[in-house]
Design a protein around this ligand. Structure first.
Ligand code: PMP
Length: 410
């Protein structure tokens, strides 16, 4: 089993108390973002301090070096998810990746006859771009029913597919309920019906082995900042033949082979076609370091550790009076809960006063509230550096909440 105490030594956020922190920080908001190990900070620094230059533009050594580093990063990232290098598009994150598919593929090819299937558990970034496609094309958006716990089964996917379905867009791990869905089986079913699968990997890629070729998924996106990398950098994977058919979301320098005064434009081949403008080069340096760092720990080890810690967390949380846990039977290190009679944000604010960072609200999954029948929930989420002491401090604070929150034992 991995050793979180040893790994924490790689993180400045764990080494120093910052001025903002009165207490040792207990960080349980890893589904939102993750801390950055030294190697990521050093990689970003290396670009900013020693290797600053643009890519694809210069005929001098500094530029050449940056070109090589960016393409090496693409290589590392393609290995990380089992893709070919030319199928990795650098984006600003999952949100941009899904928008790219929505506008560049669905907006171009779908018609008012067609239908996109999503679920009620999706993050806004995997709902709103599809609403835009509906606005543009008139296509229908429908919801695949979840089971009573909120899990999506391949059987309900198969039942929901109609002759008009063209795209199924689902998160491999949902960000509130934390179920791991069987993407491989869903792809098998979808492809049998000629339907494409768009997978939101924001909450899966950092925590479990994901191999796009094995899954046979058509598109998959993830964000650098949730896998120990910098913010503002992420990835869109697409099967090459689909990327070739897709329109770019942005046009500009670096993505065209030629254009003339009559408006004739020839784009570069993917992935360059989708990377208009100066790239987030320091982000790419940082993301390379991040995926190599996480790969060295091993995502099978991360998944094993998180499963173990999740069990411990559920057992401890059950000791808290009046606690409601919404996803006891889920798989990922995301636990969504409330304390009866206490507003979620009040609970999160109280925990903050004890140095414990969790998330409260609707977690960008605003249509899930009609499934949970709750206006707001609290979410505690772990990563490989979360310790049992973190969980103990969190549960201890929850138990003592009655001293501070009037409604606690209501
Ligand atoms: N999808 C899921 C499942 C997420 O959890 C998130 C981030 N909370 C996103 C998409 C959006 O990611 P980003 O903000 O990095 O674009």
């Amino acid at each position: 089993m991995l050793d979180p105490y040893k790994l924490r030594k790689d993180f400045q956020m764990f080494r120093n108390k910052t001025q903002m922190q009165e207490h040792d920080l207990v960080f349980l908001d890893n589904a939102s973002t993750t801390f950055k190990p030294d190697c990521v900070v050093e990689a970003v620094d290396q670009y900013l301090l020693n290797e600053t230059s643009n890519t694809h533009r210069g005929d001098y050594d500094l530029c050449y070096n940056a070109d090589v580093k960016v393409e090496n990063a693409r290589k590392s990232i393609s290995k990380f998810i089992g893709a070919n290098e030319n199928e990795i598009v650098f984006t600003s994150g999952t949100s941009m990746s899904i928008n790219l598919i929505a506008y560049g593929y669905a907006g171009k090819y779908l018609t008012s006859e067609d239908e996109i299937l999503i679920t009620q558990a999706e993050h806004a970034s995997n709902v709103l771009p599809w609403f835009k496609v509906h606005e543009i094309t008139g296509c229908k958006i429908d919801y695949i029913p979840l089971d009573k716990d909120g899990r999506l089964s391949p059987v309900s996917v198969e039942k929901a597919i109609t002759k008009n379905t063209k795209i199924i867009a689902v998160a491999q791990v949902t960000n509130v309920l934390g179920f791991v869905i069987d993407v491989k089986e869903i792809c098998k079913i979808a492809h049998k019906h000629g339907v494409l699968v768009v997978c939101d990997g924001a909450q899966s890629v950092p925590h479990m082995n994901v191999n796009v070729k094995d899954l046979d998924v058509d598109f998959l996106s993830f964000s650098g900042h949730k896998v120990c990398g910098p913010t503002g950098i992420g990835v869109l994977y697409g099967k090459y033949e689909l990327l070739e058919k897709m329109d770019p979301l942005m046009s500009g320098g670096g993505m065209n082979a030629k254009f003339d005064m009559c408006g004739d434009v020839k784009y570069l081949n993917p992935p360059s076609k989708f990377e208009a403008g100066t790239m987030n080069i320091e982000g790419i340096y940082g993301l390379k370091a991040a995926v190599e760092y996480v790969d060295k720990i091993g995502r099978n080890n991360i998944a094993e550790y998180e499963t173990h810690l999740r069990k411990y967390m559920i057992k401890k949380m059950r000791e808290v009076p009046n606690i409601i846990i919404y996803n006891e039977n889920a798989d990922a290190g995301i636990i969504t809960f409330n304390v009866k009679g206490v507003f979620a944000q009040d609970l999160a604010t109280y925990l903050n006063s004890k140095g414990i960072a969790i998330r409260s609200g609707q977690h960008c999954a605003k249509i899930l509230i009609t499934f949970l029948h709750e206006v707001a929930t609290c979410r505690a989420s772990i990563y490989f550096y979360t310790t049992k002491e973190d969980i103990d401090a969190f549960v201890d604070a929850l138990k003592k909440g009655g001293d501070y929150l009037d409604a606690y034992f209501a």
